[in-house]
Design a protein around this ligand. Sequence first.
Ligand code: PRX
Length: 683
Amino acid sequence: MESHSKLHIHTHDPDMKFDPPKRVADVAHVQSFAQYEKMYKQSIKEPEIFWGEIAEQFFWASQPSGAFMTYNFDIQKGPISIKWMEGAKTNICYNVLDRNVEKGLGDKIAFFWEGNYPGDDKKITYKELLEEVCKFSNVLKQLGVKKGDRVAMYMPMIVELVVAMLACARIGAVHSIVFAGFSAESLRDRILDASCSAIITADGVWRGPKLLNLKVIVDKALHFCAEKGKPVTHCVVVQHLTNGDATDSEEKGKRPCKSLQVTMKEDRDRWWHELMTSASNHNDPEWVDAEDPLFMLYTSGSTGKPKGVLHTVAGYMMYAATTSKYTFDLHADDVYWCTADIGWITGHTYVCYGPLANGVTSVIFEGTPMFPDAGRLWDVVDKYKVTKFYTAPTAIRSLMKFGDSFVTKYDRSSLKILGTVGEPINPEAWHWYNNVVGNGNCAVVDTFWQTETGGHVITPLPGATKTKAGSATFPFFGIVPAILSEDGVEVNGPGQGYLVFKQAWPGMMRTVYGDHERFETTYFKKFPGYYCTGDGGKRDEEGYIWITGRIDDLVNVSGHLLSTAEVESALIEHDSVAEAASVSHPHSIKGECIYCFVTLNEGETFTEELSKELTQVVREKIGPFAQPDFIQNAPALPKTRSGKIMRRILRKIAVNDHDVGDTSTLADESVIDTLFSLRCSNA
Ligand code: PRX
């Protein structure tokens, strides 16, 4: 059955297919599945030709010195390496800004900035953005930042963040953005791992009605760095909230803000606006090698220590541009909006680099979907007449429960494509997005990808692919997926197993910063010859791919990956805790949440107060978004005779499922009953 029903769908048929809406397909870059298949075939059989033609759309100061691409995915044959267009010289900032201005897009709006508080907005054209970037490039140079240096950023969703990223790219410095929701300790660890010489931040930000003093967190992180003997020399601070005269009667969420206190450390801290006033708006870009690093971005690792995922210039540039163009079917008249924070990979690729590479107008949104009420996203869609919209399933689920009227009271007729990313989308949320937000008249693209992949790897194309609710459908150009069984055999036809990729694509990560061995072990060791995503995948009878979720010890909380080990090591830092284990638990809005089991030291008692303290420890060590939803007392943990904690059993206890499976390898089976009796009853 193929349909575009506007009705709520109560019974879900996973095989029901949705045609690309005619109004989307008629103008699309790829208008049929046959056309997709033809392009796809070329992209994997003749990648040099496929990507070579794409490369021609960019500026190169010199051509590759050798092969267009080389890679080795087989650890048994030698070190893992991936190279695209090595020896070619280019600059991504030049390609996404100067060239657009040269093409006549100078007066086109690059970004509408929509602040946290409705009515607080501004816009910036391509030409203005280029000027700001040139100025900040000169500021960075003046501070002594050179090609290859790492620059940390801990910033709100403001235009200055994009300016800072592009300025780094322009001078060949490597940005390392840390989501401004991480704790001072997490920020410190990332700064130290990357040996950043400078950091860019802001005084503070309102997130909905909540005030965050970013500078205080940065001060703390920099203090820790100095203590470790690795001081950060420069800290540039954007005056985002403390400029202007605030009154005592200020409303929550509104700028300026009187209550925010900022201290500036002499010699280290400088105000952004002061540095910018004297900076020249002319800056010649640095021509960097195609395989020079562009940025690093930390993602959770199953051992607990975050990995600095490293992306390089040319491959990432081509991939960000191409995936944006085809997945969102970008055209000159689009107003595109991705709600992700730039602190995550989605914001890097689909707020900053991808849309700019396509010369479109986008929205940067500082606020949250719930402020001032559950209609905010649709208010903004209406305000800017957004045509392509991209968000996370967790946002959709949290808005659904407020009812349709928050959506329907705004005009959404401009919308054509609705994207989702970050976690599997449950069919109910998919249908609501399609029927209520999209009025049954938009293409829904469920895009699967990872920090590591740089851009979409499994995704529908809006004008070509018939979608199924909850399936990311088919591979993007250049991606060769396979499903492997536990013993590494490829599952042909329908089946389920490990989702892997067989061939390199331009936008994939090149290494883990400072630890190539970890890169090889994490992604290439289990199945030699394949890039292992760490996700489970299922291929149905019609060849559609469904992502079944993580198969390692990572938990996906509201689309953010967290490692259980990271949460556990935070918990055991508390004096009362002897041992901790945390597992994923289903959550109706967040998708998954964290459920912890803690064994206390002798003589300690488990109380409500202690549970609160432990929650606070995790917030402080990692960040508020990592906060566990449940913490239970565990006088003992289920362990094998060799001492390994059996998380499989803990996951069952967390959801009160007594069908725990084989327990014969446990050292002490009685632990299970005890743990069931102490379960958090509200979980
Ligand atoms: O488990 C998959 C899930 O998010 C993981 C990647 O997380 P991160 O590197 O933080 O990047 C998130 C944004 C790209 C994946 O390994 N994931 C992402 N998109 C989807 C998804 N799971 C199912 N469906 C998706 N569309």
